[in-house]
Write a protein that binds this ligand. Structure first.
Ligand code: FES
Length: 345
């Protein structure tokens, strides 16, 4: 194991969490009893690293120790053990290059050469402060080898040329979309799917848990907040329903007047058809759904909590105003396979 030393000089004397991080700290602390709050040491170190430009200074570790009422040495031990915590300054874009066997067999050494020539030695930072790199062990994306992680995102199926291009763009302040750099969907076959091509396998419409097998019955008198979603089935057109909440107003539209609801992240072709069958065709309908309407739709379509989780309403507000979201731009560019209708290219 490599020796991991603190950079005392670069770390200065003080560290403070950003005010906007405090709610997240409170969230993690709330998970543990007061006398066990040191269990939050890893998430707090992670937040401290984020607030300290991607690395942990000694004052940052002390701040975490003070908050958790831990001896400083205990926090130092954790921080120096886990290589996800960095002990010296990094660039604005820090590259973690996987050098483990599958990535190595698929060309990771060539990517290392790119890092060496464009950035310099491991853990050095470019003069403009934009790039730094290190080699790490398997990042769990071997099927997309060779790959790197840049800050929080994976860049996969790389060649030296593509990787050099990514680094050049980042150095010039140009954002680069993460993901695969060959023609494949996630880790699917290159060139497109050859089996399991049904779009509802990928649009999230199968995600709702309808019932947990062998779930214990609720204690008597413990009334559920909502009717059990397991009893509902996907609504069919013209079928009467007893869903909770209030059914949103339905409209009819002429062919071609409907909005492409698949531009909302979370709505694929299957859900779009189901919504159309309920008389939902326009973004401005979804934008004005009340909490009762949301309950009704979620109950009817058997996906509790999903509309809020995927933030359909604010996406619909944006799209109804004529603006775009990052996701709708990708749909419009044909980059989202799961938003294409069957038969689309
Ligand atoms: S070997 Fe590189 S991600 Fe697993």
């Amino acid at each position: 194991m490599a020796v991991r030393r603190f950079d005392l000089e670069a770390g200065g004397d003080t560290f403070a969490f950003k005010p906007e991080t405090e709610p997240t700290i409170a969230f993690w602390l709330a998970k543990y009893p007061e006398d066990k709050k040191r269990s939050a040491v890893i998430p707090l170190l992670w937040l401290a690293q984020k607030d300290n430009a991607g690395w942990l200074s000694e004052p940052a570790m002390r701040e975490v120790a003070d908050r958790l009422e831990m001896p400083y040495i205990r926090v130092y031990e954790v921080a120096t053990f886990y290589t996800m915590f960095r002990m010296q300054p990094v660039g604005k874009h820090h590259i973690q290059l996987c050098g483990t066997t599958p990535c190595m067999l698929r060309g990771a050494n060539d990517l290392k050469d790119v890092c060496q020539s464009k950035i310099g030695d491991k853990m050095s930072v470019t003069d403009d402060g934009r790039l730094s790199w290190e080699e790490v062990e398997c990042l769990g994306a071997c099927v997309n080898a060779p790959m790197v992680q840049i800050n929080d995102y994976y860049y996969e199926d790389l060649t030296p040329e593509k990787f050099a291009d990514i680094l050049g763009k980042l150095q010039n302040g140009v954002e680069v979309k993460p993901g695969t750099f060959v023609d494949r969907q996630l880790s699917g076959p290159q060139g497109g799917l050859t089996s399991l091509t049904s779009t509802d396998l990928f649009d999230g419409s199968r995600n709702a848990i309808k019932a947990l097998p062998n779930a214990a019955a609720a204690p008597a008198g413990d009334a559920p907040k909502k009717p059990a979603p397991a009893k509902k089935t996907l609504i069919k057109k013209d079928e009467p329903t007893a869903a909770a909440g209030e059914k949103p107003a339905a409209i009819t539209v002429q062919a071609g007047e409907e909005d492409d609801l698949k531009r909302i992240k979370g709505i694929g072709p299957v859900n779009e058809k189901a919504l159309n069958a309920l008389g939902i065709f326009k973004f401005d309908q979804i934008a004005t759904w009340t909490p009762e309407n949301i309950d009704w739709i979620e109950d009817s379509m058997s996906f509790p909590g999903r509309i809020e989780r995927e933030d359909w309403i604010s996406q619909a507000v944006t799209l109804a105003s004529g603006d775009e979201t990052d996701f709708s731009k990708r749909v419009d560019a044909g980059e989202v396979e799961s938003s294409k209708d069957e038969g689309d290219d």
